[in-house]
Design a protein around this ligand. Sequence first.
Ligand SMILES: Cc1cc2nc3c(=O)[nH]c(=O)nc-3n(C[C@H](O)[C@H](O)[C@H](O)COP(=O)(O)OP(=O)(O)OC[C@H]3O[C@@H](n4cnc5c(N)ncnc54)[C@H](O)[C@@H]3O)c2cc1C
Length: 495
Amino acid sequence: MDYDVVIIGGSLSGAATATLLLKECPGLRVLILERSEKFGRRVGEATVEVSAFFLGRVLGLSQFLNDSQLVKQGMRFWFANEKTETLADASEVGPLYHVRLPSWQLDRSVVDEEVLRRAVALGAELRRPAQVTRVELAEGGLQKVAFRDPGAGGEVTCRWVVDASGVAALLARSQGWQVPNEEHPTAAAWARWRGVKDWDGAELAGKFPEWAAACHGSRNTATNHIVGDGWWSWWIPLKGGDVSVGVVFDQRLVEFPSNDAPLGERLREFLLRHPVAKEMLSEAAWVEGDVHWRKNLPYTSRRFSGDGFALVGDAAAFLDPLYSPGMDWVAFTTTATAALIAAQTRGEALGPLLERHNADFTRSYRRWFEAVYKDKYEYLGEFDLVRTVFRLDLGLYYLGVVSQPFKYGAQSLSVPPFSPKVSGAAFWFMQLYNRRFAAIGRERRRRRKLGRSNHRRRFFFQSFSTSPKDLPRILGAALEWLGLELTEGWRTWGR
Ligand SMILES: Cc1cc2nc3c(=O)[nH]c(=O)nc-3n(C[C@H](O)[C@H](O)[C@H](O)COP(=O)(O)OP(=O)(O)OC[C@H]3O[C@@H](n4cnc5c(N)ncnc54)[C@H](O)[C@@H]3O)c2cc1C
């Protein structure tokens, strides 16, 4: 056996797995095979509170992130209807002040290089560029990994293979485990832009003084979401001035421009239909060579691990970029995988651990999807609905998910959201209100009543904490939902 663990892919998931393993079992022989010579800019730039905990406290990057990246100030949403002409007329939902827990806006090419550098400093061996071309799995035995590199390439044997190859999902695809999530046909187009206006800058403040004074925190370092019927876009500022702007849409509801223009131009054409985007992009240009497209985003895997292999990050599954759960998923899958391998190294019986690992991640993916994302694009463009649902989603995320690592430490990240029995009631409640909001959105579309409250409304709130004292605020949002059911939702009861 050449290595104890071979990791396919050296980006965040791969390098984080190596780090966790080497911290837990310092003598382990870990090889990382990374295809690229140098990381290019990649999508996945906004952290949320769990991924920020993971990067900052578990991987120990807080100071590095404070020095080299931007501190993020929560999420903010912008709505418009046919009456809305300017940024100041658009309806807005977001925090009034700054948020309470740390998170960052990341240039992933910089952060991933640092995580990988630290994994190597801890003792991981790195081959780069080295592209894995074939894996032969033998449960409980020796795994074989073949790779191509600028030299003769080669083949290595190991006890464990960890697939951290991202959307390439080498193992899930080659073993026939990958399952597309056809209930959620989303697609995305994105680019980095230069010259996007500063939400907090003097120009917009001069043009719209009342609008500028209304928010007391920084709008510019939030993840701003400009939304419409069936779609949303992210606006993520990066250190140095570029801004990552992309659109995600439900292909059942939205027609993305399909003319012969370059993708960046079509992305602009799509965004300019919204008055807020029109203002923000009026002097901006997309960066040549940094424009991307991906169709049918979500997928999962029938298996997440076996005796000798495990899938982490995007190589395991992908849900939806809304609310930035991607790096949370990286935190959960890498922590659980490192715990699994460490347990085998200590000689613990693997059977029950593997069974639980597969069951936990299968349940987590499915429930996370149904509770938060299923049919969400039916109502994403509605100010009044998002105002309520965002506080329910966010408040419950803080209460049930974010609070766990802060209370119980990093090992709690080996238990993915919605997998414990105790989360059953929260799942039931969330999937119920999400289903109801989707029904209300669908009914508004059918009756041509979409976007009625999208003009000149502003809703600011205080960001959440991990304290149960925030429960009354969540209940307040639930009462708003009840009110909505009585005034409007009744039309779709029983359907
Ligand atoms: C539109 C969109 C927006 C998103 N926005 C966010 C966001 O704001 N916040 C967030 O948390 N997440 C976001 N995500 C998700 C996020 O991008 C991913 O969850 C995250 O990048 C996964 O990291 P990873 O290390 O698993 O995979 P990747 O970052 O894709 O890394 C995979 C690595 O494997 C290497 N590799 C691939 N094949 C091979 C091979 N055969 N041999 C060797 N090496 C190989 C690649 O070179 C690469 O370095 C978004 C995703 C999408 C699609």
